[in-house]
Every structure is written in C-alpha cells, then in structure tokens.
Design a protein around this ligand. Structure first.
Ligand SMILES: CC(C)(COP(=O)(O)OP(=O)(O)OC[C@H]1O[C@@H](n2cnc3c(N)ncnc32)[C@H](O)[C@@H]1OP(=O)(O)O)[C@@H](O)C(=O)NCCC(=O)NCCS
Length: 151
C-alpha cells in the first residue's frame, strides 16, 4: 500500500529519528537529528513524511516559508521506495495551496532530483559555484514562480 503523507511535529520523536537515519544514509553532508528537531520546532518550517502502514518513514521533505518566499530545504526518499511517486506526493503536500515563490538548490550532478523538479514545474534560474562540500560541487538554483499559471 502507498505510504500516507503526514506533517511531522517536534512531538513525533520516532519519526524524526527515522528521518535523520535516512538523511545520514542518503547525504554526505547530512543534517543531524538535532538540526532536524530544531527545524520541527521552527514556526516557519514544515516537515512532511511519507509513512507506511507499519510506521516506517519512506521519505520526507523539509520546507520553510517566510511571507511569499518558500524554500525546499531538503527532500529524500529511502532507496527501496524510489520511483513510486513518493517524492511527487511529498511536494504536493508541502506546496498545495501555497501562494509563494519556491526556491531550491540542488547539486549539479544530481540528475534524478533535477528531473523530478523540472517535472514538478521548477526551472533553473542560476548557479552557485562550489557551493557544496563532500564533494565540492556547484549548486543549481531552481525556482517555481507562484504566478506561473498566469504567464
Ligand atoms: C530525488 C528523489 C527524492 C526522488 O524520489 P522518488 O520518490 O524516487 O521520486 P518520484 O517517484 O516521485 O519521481 C517523480 C518523477 O521525477 C523524476 N525522477 C525521479 N527520480 C528520478 C531519477 N533517479 N532519474 C530520472 N528521473 C527521476 C521522474 O520523472 C519521476 O517520474 P517517473 O518515475 O514516472 O518517471 C530520490 O531519488 C532521492 O531521495 N534521492 C537522494 C536524495 C536527493 O538527491 N534529494 C534531493 C536533494 S536536492
């Protein structure tokens, strides 16, 4: 069965622990459990998780919004759950009805994520040279404009 997407709060300690475990598995510059927990406590930040029937986290995303500008801070799906539409559903949950320009940065070599973002309506709007470490790499900046439908 398809995992359900739910918003995670600072009180969901077990879900936050699982998110940190996926984060550590997937990223070389992973956020710590402490920084994920402090994101969960921040009023500007929302965390969404795709959770299986057995309460396993299949994927998550972390989004910050200040006024009419949002940032996709992070998104990851555990390897065994990929290409089942989970990231797309996380983005839907995070941005449904959000009246904001959405920004993100992605490693230049991350073709899978860039394909996901393009499919979701993001376009490339800049480059930040040598932005990432481990390994050192450029960031591609992408934007989904809130007025896109009117263009
Ligand atoms: C990027 C990531 C989040 C995608 O998660 P996912 O649940 O597999 O994505 P979805 O199944 O929702 O994909 C939706 C669409 O995005 C595109 N896409 C996703 N992953 C892709 C890949 N590896 N290669 C090419 N296209 C891809 C496809 O168009 C896909 O639709 P399709 O499967 O019908 O072809 C996942 O691969 C991941 O966790 N990667 C490691 C972490 C990461 O790089 N995060 C982004 C940091 S900026």
């Amino acid at each position: 069965m398809m995992p359900r997407v739910k918003e995670v709060t600072a009180a969901d300690g077990e879900l936050l622990t699982q998110i940190a475990a996926i984060e550590a598995q997937v990223f070389t510059d992973a956020w710590s459990l402490a920084s994920i927990r402090s994101s969960a406590e921040s009023p500007a930040t929302r965390i969404y998780a795709a959770v299986t029937e057995t309460d396993r986290v299949a994927g998550y995303c972390i989004v910050t919004q200040v006024l009419d500008t949002a940032d996709l801070e992070n998104i990851a799906v555990a390897p065994e759950f990929r290409r089942q539409g989970i990231a797309a559903r996380l983005l839907d949950a995070a941005f449904a009805g959000m009246d904001a320009d959405i920004h993100l940065e992605v490693r230049a070599s991350n073709a899978g994520a860039i394909a996901l973002y393009r499919k979701y309506g993001f376009t490339e709007c800049g480059i930040r040279r040598r932005y990432y470490e481990n390994p050192r790499e450029d960031a591609i900046l992408m934007l989904k404009s809130r007025n896109e439908e009117n263009k």
